[in-house]
Design a protein around this ligand. Structure first.
Ligand SMILES: [Zn+2]
Length: 201
C-alpha cells in the first residue's frame, strides 16, 4: 500500500508529520501502514478482505469484510483523508491522544489504526472498547507550539492558593504579604503553563 505522508490531504498531513516528529522523542512508535490509495489499490484490498467475486468487490457491505473495507470509490483513503498507523493498538492509543489535539480521531469502532481529521468527533475506537468518550479538539492546533492562550486572565482570584485571606492580584494597597502572594501566583502560573504545554503535545 502507499504509505507516504505526503500523499495525505491537509490538515491531516501536518498532524501526522507532527506525530512523526513527536513520537520518537517520547517513546511512541509511529509507522504508516496506509495513506492515500488509488482505486486499483482499493479494489485489490477489497479482494483480500471481502472476497474475489464482482459482488464481493463492489457491493458487499464494508462491515462484512474482515477487516471492514470501504467499497471502491467510497474510501476516505482514496482522497487522502484517512491514514492507517502501526505498529499496534497500544501505540495507536498513544498516537490518538496526541492527534486529538489536531482534530484527528478514530472513526471506525473496530479499528485502532484508522484516523481521520474530524474536529469535535468522538474517538469511536475508545468508545467501542468501553473506555468512555474522548473528543477530538474543535480548535485544532496548527503545530505543537501554537497553543499559547493565557492560563490566568486579568486580576482573577488566585483560587489555586490555599489560605491567604482573599487578596486579588489587582489590589493596589498590597503590603509585603501581597507581594509574596504575587510571587506565589507567578510560580503557580509558570507551573500551570508548563503542565499545559506538556499536555498540549
Ligand atoms: Zn483506514
Amino acid at each position: 500500500m502507499s504509505g507516504s505522508v505526503e500523499s495525505l490531504q491537509e490538515p491531516l498531513r501536518s498532524a501526522v508529520k507532527a506525530l512523526q516528529e513527536w513520537g520518537p522523542r517520547n517513546g511512541v512508535k509511529v509507522t504508516i501502514w496506509s495513506a492515500r490509495r488509488n482505486k486499483a489499490q482499493q479494489i485489490s484490498l477489497r479482494k483480500s478482505n471481502c472476497g474475489s467475486s464482482q459482488w464481493a468487490i463492489y457491493e458487499k457491505p464494508a462491515s462484512q469484510c474482515n477487516p471492514a473495507t470501504a467499497r471502491p470509490g467510497t474510501s476516505k483513503h482514496e482522497t487522502g483523508r484517512a491514514v492507517d498507523l502501526g505498529p499496534n493498538a497500544s501505540e495507536n492509543n498513544k498516537q490518538a491522544e496526541f492527534l486529538r489535539h489536531y482534530g484527528v480521531t478514530r472513526t471506525v469502532p473496530t479499528e485502532s489504526w484508522h484516523f481521520e481529521f474530524k474536529p469535535g468527533a468522538p474517538d469511536r475506537y475508545l468508545q467501542h472498547q468501553g473506555k468512555g468518550t474522548v473528543l477530538a479538539s474543535t480548535n485544532p492546533v496548527a503545530g505543537p507550539q501554537s497553543n499559547s492562550e493565557p492560563i490566568l486572565e486579568g486580576t482573577g482570584t488566585p483560587i489555586e492558593l490555599s489560605g491567604g485571606g482573599g487578596f486579588g492580584f489587582g489590589n493596589i494597597g498590597m503590603g509585603l504579604g501581597g507581594v509574596g502572594l504575587v510571587g506565589v501566583g507567578v510560580f503557580v502560573w509558570l507551573k500551570l503553563g508548563l503542565k499545559k504545554g506538556i499536555k498540549s503535545l
